[in-house]
Design a protein around this ligand. Structure first.
Ligand code: NAD
Length: 293
């Protein structure tokens, strides 16, 4: 069993972006600029946004944070996004999800200028991704692809089972793994809450991506010997032994399952870090494209 180490791979991505940014600014060009919008004060969302901003600073990107109360009017958020769309200094716009119920996620995502859609959720980005055209890829599946690439994992012809069909993880993951690319070229089975023979399907899988948000859902008896397992799940579980009062748990029963695998991602320290790496890469690319560098 080999650990797919998100710390190592995300650091490699960040080092590359830091050097490229240094070269840009040395040549008198502007550094990439990510603008983040955070609504309300959900603990997990606060942590994610703070981490994204800290990572921007680490590699020389500019970042701006726009915070709103949870009861903010939708029109105010839309006006903020439009201002960022029109601000030439801003390369990427990120709206941290989930949003309060009175704000339409669909409307908010649709209003973002596709040229600044560094989360890759705009229908224009998704359409391009599906057709294999250059586009911003959703950060989590993009990060997983970068990880597979880093460890030179041969995915061609493998059977990949993706558990979960959300627009931000499962569905785009299934599209990227099935694309005629490297990594990619898998035969993909996309499973969800209505899938009837999940265990059987998982036992046939060479690669399993667990993205359903249920702690330790994927157990050792569900994977074949030598499988590659990617754990996307992030759930906060109360733990009084931790200073924060909670522990972060994945969708995989890591301790029992890991010895059966050839490669596996840990939680924390796996996909979460790669999601940030994917976002930073998208922001750098947006800067280069939007400014015609
Ligand atoms: P979601 O709630 O939008 O979707 C969950 C999916 O799991 C659904 O498609 C549902 O059909 C499927 N599902 C639920 N129960 C199932 C079952 N018993 N069998 C098979 N499928 C089942 O979730 P999401 O936004 O895709 O997030 C999934 C998990 O990934 C969460 O824990 C989330 O916190 C985490 N996440 C992590 C990262 C990261 O960077 N590591 C990024 C995004 C989401």
């Amino acid at each position: 069993m080999q650990l797919l180490d998100g710390k190592v791979v995300s650091q490699a991505v960040k080092n590359e972006l830091k050097e490229k940014t240094r070269l840009l600014t040395q040549a008198g060009k502007k550094a990439p600029h990510l603008a983040a919008i955070l609504i309300g004060n959900d603990g997990a969302s606060e942590t994610y946004v703070a981490s994204k901003i800290k990572n921007c600073e680490e590699i020389g990107f500019k970042s701006s944070l726009f915070r709103f109360d949870s009861n903010v009017e939708e029109a105010i958020v839309i006006a903020q996004i439009e201002a960022l769309n029109n601000d030439d200094d801003v390369d990427g716009i990120l709206v941290q999800l989930p949003l309060p119920k009175h704000i339409s996620e669909e409307k908010i995502i649709n209003i973002i200028n596709p040229a600044k859609d560094v989360d890759g959720f705009h229908p224009s980005s998704v359409g391009k991704m599906v057709q294999g055209l250059p586009s911003f890829l959703p950060a989590t599946p993009f990060g997983i692809m970068l990880m597979l690439q880093h460890y030179k994992i041969d995915t061609a012809g493998k059977h990949a089972v993706v558990i979960g069909r959300s627009n931000i993880v499962g569905r785009p993951m299934s599209i990227l793994l099935s694309a005629n690319t490297n990594p990619g070229n898998c035969t993909v089975t996309l499973c969800h809450s209505r899938t009837q023979n999940l265990k059987e399907l998982c036992l046939q899988a060479d690669i399993i991506v667990a993205a359903l948000g249920k702690v330790s859902f994927l157990t050792a008896d569900m994977v074949k010997q030598g499988a590659i397992v990617i754990d996307v799940g992030i759930t906060r579980v109360a733990d009084s032994s931790k200073k924060s009062g909670f522990a972060i748990k994945g969708d995989v029963d890591f301790e029992k399952l890991a010895p059966k695998t050839s490669f596996i991602t840990p939680v924390p320290g796996g996909v979460g870090l790669m999601t940030i790496a994917g976002l930073l890469k998208n922001t750098y690319n947006a800067c280069v494209q939007n400014n015609r560098y």
